[in-house]
Design a protein around this ligand. Structure first.
Ligand SMILES: C[S@@+](CC[C@H](N)C(=O)[O-])C[C@H]1O[C@@H](n2cnc3c(N)ncnc32)[C@H](O)[C@@H]1O
Length: 326
């Protein structure tokens, strides 16, 4: 095997890998190289590109924007601990799936004592490494949730925040995350919730059929040009009591949800551009009903399941978390 506390295995078939100066090498000579601070554990057919290229662009363009250390607001820390309800995790392992630029990677490294394995399917791993690496408790991988390069039932704690709605098969994603949890270990996920029939009557869902297929540079330019006036309109609408309805039909992120208090005007603009790109560029946007995800957890053998909205200073998220029965 190899020298990692949790062995890294071949994402093709779970087979053993050898750690060399180049990266991980399989028995048949297949190489998973170490590039830019991350082990690239993609399946051979995924290497030429996959459906998360928008996120690679997004997180390498806005690498520092939402990372607490750089933003000066500790929103990621508040959100992480509110959503997980985990403590200092001394002596425990954590798997993070879909880490983006590493806003929660930073929280785990700074505010817990856990050994962290952090995974993203896109080139965002480079932004994460720039923000958080190298670190003695961090191991970074470019890999997909459906072919994670670790043996099943390996981790004490697994979390996946801001990701599930952007995967092609949300139920299968939850199954693959659950498979990584040790008996007695914990899993926490968040996702965009379906609140009712009106949830999809929204500028985002009306325009996404076009925007998700647009060239990413062109889309980002369009958003950068239009966010300043839309932000002014949204702010004014909130002042006169019409914010909710106006913001719903403006092709702009939800200013009450996405822009925490304490940001400077320049930061507000940057966060708004980032979150608006995040709304319109992903290939998938599949909100879920909280009771549906709760049911999956229970079917997968999780107990002490919490399923509901979690509020923290600066936000509210739909969360399901639980413990795998022994
Ligand atoms: C909206 S971003 C959230 C990033 C980070 N968790 C945060 O909250 O800032 C979603 C991330 O999930 C990753 N992702 C999407 N599908 C994935 C998959 N199948 N496996 C692993 N990561 C995936 C994307 O590359 C992207 O970085």
């Amino acid at each position: 095997m190899n020298t990692f506390p949790i062995p890294v295995v071949d994402p093709r078939d779970g087979g053993p890998l050898r750690l060399t100066g180049e990266g991980f090498v399989a028995q048949d000579g297949e190489v998973y190289p170490f590039v830019g601070g991350a082990y690239r554990m993609l399946l051979p057919h995924e290497r030429k590109g996959n459906y998360t290229e928008n996120f690679g662009k997004q997180w390498n363009t806005f690498a520092r924007t939402q990372v607490d250390e750089h933003s000066g607001v500790d929103l990621s820390k508040r959100r992480f601990f509110a959503q997980t309800d985990w403590g200092d995790l001394a002596g425990q392992t954590v798997l993070e799936v879909g880490s983006g630029a590493g806003r929660f990677t930073e929280v785990v490294l700074k505010h817990t004592k856990a050994e962290l394995y952090s995974v993203d399917y896109s080139a965002a791993v480079e932004a994460n490494y720039a923000n958080n690496g190298p670190h003695p408790r961090l191991r970074l991988f470019q890999a997909g949730v459906y072919a994670l390069p670790f043996p099943p039932q390996s981790f004490d704690n697994v979390f996946c925040f801001g990701v599930l709605q952007h995967t092609p098969d949300v139920k299968k994603s939850v199954e693959c995350l659950a498979a990584m949890v040790k008996p007695g270990g914990r899993l926490a996920v968040d996702f965009y919730p379906i609140k009712g029939w009106w949830s999809k009557i929204h500028a985002k869902y009306l325009l996404r059929p076009w925007t998700k297929n647009m060239n990413h540079d062109k889309l980002l330019r369009l958003i950068r040009r239009n966010v300043p006036w839309m932000l002014a309109v949204a702010d004014f609408s909130y002042k006169i009591g019409l914010g909710k309805i106006v913001n719903r039909f403006l092709p702009l992120c939800d200013v009450k949800v996405c822009l925490p208090k304490g940001l400077s005007p320049e930061q507000r603009l940057e966060w708004a551009v980032l979150d608006t790109f995040d709304m319109f560029s992903p290939a998938y946007d599949q909100p879920q009903r909280i009771p549906t995800v709760e049911k999956w957890f229970k079917e997968l053998g999780f107990i002490d399941v919490f399923a509901g909205y979690v509020k923290y200073d600066g936000g509210v998220s739909a969360v399901v978390r639980g413990r795998k029965s022994k």
